[in-house]
Design a protein around this ligand. Structure first.
Ligand SMILES: Nc1ncnc2c1ncn2[C@@H]1O[C@H](COP(=O)(O)OP(=O)(O)O)[C@@H](O)[C@H]1O
Ligand SMILES: [Mg+2]
Length: 302
């Protein structure tokens, strides 16, 4: 049986989430019969891998360095096959504004928005409410703030945690739909109903803070449509393996309305509460079968 190194942790803002994903995958891979090494990733990762010499790296990292093409570059150089997307796809997907230009180019509707520099905001730039302000390249809703019409706060009141630039998007009211893609087909869609104000970090990782409806209760034709959009997004970025694409659906109540893509996640969560495992289970693919498929699908870009 293959020796699989599960890469997890790291030092991004999503370290804790990655540790949960990683632990769940380590246990499942062991149950599949693989020899498994759990690796908490540091800047010394190349030396660690040189020593343990795995056949495959299972990438359970989230966020910077793990989801943006950087760790993928190290694995390419070392010639170790790895799960999920390669260097370019990871890097394109992680940069939300760049990914949006690619989505728009293949005809997928995106929320309107633009990049603002810190200086523009400090100089009093404005954007019509309601809007969403978010980092260009984080995940897990880290740093995402929504300002609705009836709020007194304005742009300058939001604590600046974004680096030199930030993305501001028009708020899309409606429902939250996410689609899992596995290889060359879309597996299914989930609807998330956060019980709080929006699908923030807490709702993502606390049991009972959001309701997950699988399959998403949409009319058949709309369900097929959003699956097709997610596959198109996955392919436009050149993704590999498993990905998850997030949408807003401004449902008018009668099943009409538009899907707006928010982002494609090349390293979707793999915790017990996570969405991709939930969607897979609904289509008859258990957690162990899912991680086994990922290991057997692992490769290098070249
Ligand atoms: N333009 C938008 N309109 C409405 N809600 C949004 C918008 N952008 C983000 N959100 C909300 O914030 C959450 C996180 O945003 P997302 O762009 O997916 O970033 P992250 O990479 O942090 O998951 C979404 O799941 C959604 O609930
Ligand atoms: Mg998201």
């Amino acid at each position: 049986m293959k020796h699989v190194a599960v890469l997890m942790g790291g030092w991004s803002a999503e370290r804790e989430v990655s540790l949960s994903s990683g632990e769940a995958c380590v246990e499942a891979l062991k149950r599949c019969g693989y020899t498994v090494s759990a690796v908490d990733v540091t800047q010394n990762i190349a030396a660690v891998l040189e020593q343990i010499k795995p056949d495959v790296c299972f990438n359970a990292l989230h966020g910077r360095y793990g989801e943006d093409g950087l760790i993928q570059g190290v694995l390419e150089i070392m010639g170790i096959p790895y799960t999920h997307s390669g260097v370019l796809a990871s890097s394109l997907a992680m940069d939300k504004p760049v990914a949006k230009t690619l989505f728009a180019a293949v005809g997928i509707r995106c929320a309107e928005g633009r990049i603002f520099t810190r200086k523009e905001i400090m100089d009093g730039a404005s954007y019509p409410k309601p809007f969403v302000i978010k980092p260009l390249n984080e995940g897990s809703s880290v740093g995402v703030t929504i300002l609705l019409e009836n709020e007194n706060r304005s742009l300058v009141d939001i604590p600046w945690t974004f680096g030199s630039e930030v993305l501001i998007e028009t708020y899309i009211p409606g429902r939250e739909i996410q689609v899992a893609v596995m290889g060359d087909h879309a597996l299914g869609a989930v609807e998330i109903r956060p019980l709080g104000r929006f699908y923030d970090y807490e709702a993502k990782y606390t049991s009972g803070k959001a309701e997950h409806l699988v399959p998403a209760p949409l009319p058949n034709d709309r369900y097929e449509e959003v699956l097709e959009l997610a596959l198109r997004a996955h392919q436009a970025l050149g993704c590999r393996g498993v990905s998850r694409t997030d949408f807003r659906f401004n449902d008018t109540g009668d099943g009409s309305g538009d899907f707006y893509i928010l982002e494609t996640n090349t390293q979707p969560g793999m915790t017990a509460l996570s969405l991709v495992p939930g969607i897979a289970a609904n289509s008859g693919i258990g957690f162990e079968e899912l991680v086994r498929w990922m290991v057997e699908d692992a490769s290098c870009d070249r």
